[in-house]
Design a protein around this ligand. Structure first.
Ligand SMILES: *Cc1c(COP(=O)(O)O)cnc(C)c1O
Length: 364
């Protein structure tokens, strides 16, 4: 079956085979080497200097990394500004509130780009904002938020950026040095093509060394993880087999040309889908220039419900992804991550075309 949902993705054979390596105790030196190789491989995705940056590995899904990032890095007494334009931005606010972090949220309609004037006005009128949290690629709509512009507003005011890069890490441009990024959250099973179960936070080392660091969680404490992982150990049991697969996925990522090559490959596949769809009248939700290369949202063809389209496609071997909230009955989403080919996607768009034609004949 071809997975067009935003993770978990179709695995390559070499990544799947890595799951079957020998049993291993997480207190043995072989695990230590495995863990270190993943941490180095992750920093190498954005050519980050290990003296300045640290990759923290967590057993948990992408949300665990988001929660570890916010709960560990926003100082007690400081205010967090969250910019929301979709489900995941709203999740950042929920996490902050659950941990008792003082949080101001700037809300947008899910289909809207971030209003930079509103962000600037908030930064100027609210005292004590230490960090701004935002989603890089908002998977709700496929929008790639303009972090460069946001970072400009933050840098000018000494505000640090906390980025949910769960669905962009490895495929979209992220300028950690220039954009005042303190941390970014990511996961194994999206653009990096690993198995679900491990997520990570890339943290600027000085951000972990501040005196005012709070301790709001035992399991998700980034400072504790980073100290243990720098010593080659882990505070808690990690998902060993998922680590094997992640190391293999990162090796494959780097051997096949790294981030630039993955970005090009996703772009080509996303554009293929868009071009094929425009031939059969399936419209994108937001313009291509504002979209990621990772996932795109399309309006459901007339007279075709999501359920009908989903089931018809699943019978033909393709899994699409529903919209959330109000978008549930308006759109479907197509991710081009994972072990997919252009051929697979041409077959997919042809199948969507048939379903749309069938629907218009039935209603006509
Ligand atoms: C997938 C995703 C997450 C994490 O979801 P999990 O189900 O916890 O892995 C977080 N943020 C974004 C933008 C995502 O696309």
């Amino acid at each position: 079956v071809i997975l067009l949902n935003p993770g978990p993705v179709n695995l390559s054979e070499r990544v799947r085979a890595a799951l079957l390596r020998p049993d291993l105790c997480h207190r043995e030196p072989e695990f230590s080497l495995l863990q270190s190789s993943i941490r180095e491989g992750l920093l190498a995705v954005y050519e980050l200097d290990p003296a300045e940056w640290c990759a923290v590995l967590l057993t948990g899904s992408g949300t665990a990394a988001m929660e570890a990032m916010l709960s560990s890095l926003v100082p007690s007494g400081a205010t967090l500004l969250v910019v929301e334009n979709g489900v995941y931005g709203e999740r950042l606010s929920s996490i902050a509130r659950i941990h008792g972090i003082t949080c101001v949220s700037i809300q947008h309609h899910w289909t809207d780009a971030i209003d930079l004037d509103r962000v600037a006005a908030c930064l100027d009128s609210i005292a004590g904002i230490s960090h701004l949290a935002v989603v890089h690629h908002e998977t709700t709509t496929g929008r790639l938020n303009d972090l460069e512009a946001l970072a400009g507003l933050c840098s000018a005011r000494g505000v640090r950026l906390l980025v949910d890069a769960v669905s962009s890490y490895g495929a979209e441009r992220l300028d950690f040095e220039q954009w005042n990024v303190d941390a970014a959250a990511g996961t194994a099973n999206k653009c990096l093509h690993g198995v679900p179960g491990v997520s990570f936070v890339i943290v600027r080392r000085p951000a972990l060394a501040r005196d005012s660091l709070p301790r709001r969680s035992l399991y998700l404490d980034l400072a504790g993880y980073s100290k243990a992982q720098d010593r080659g150990t882990t505070p808690f049991t990690q998902s060993v087999q998922v680590f094997y697969a992640f190391a293999e996925a990162l090796a494959e990522f780097h051997e096949t040309g790294g981030r630039a090559s993955r970005h090009r490959r996703y772009r080509a596949l996303a554009e293929l889908v868009r071009n094929d769809f425009s031939g059969s009248g399936v419209q994108p939700l937001i313009p291509a220039e504002q979209s990621s290369v990772v996932l795109r949202a399309y309006r459901l063809p007339e007279d075709l419900s999501y359920e009908h389209l989903h089931h018809a496609l699943k019978e033909r071997g393709f899994v699409i992804y529903a919209g959330q909230g109000e978008l549930a009955w308006q759109i479907f989403r197509v991710s081009t991550m994972g072990e997919l080919t252009a051929e697979d996607l041409h077959r997919f768009t042809a199948a969507v075309g048939e379903c749309a034609k069938g629907a218009s004949q039935r209603s006509g």
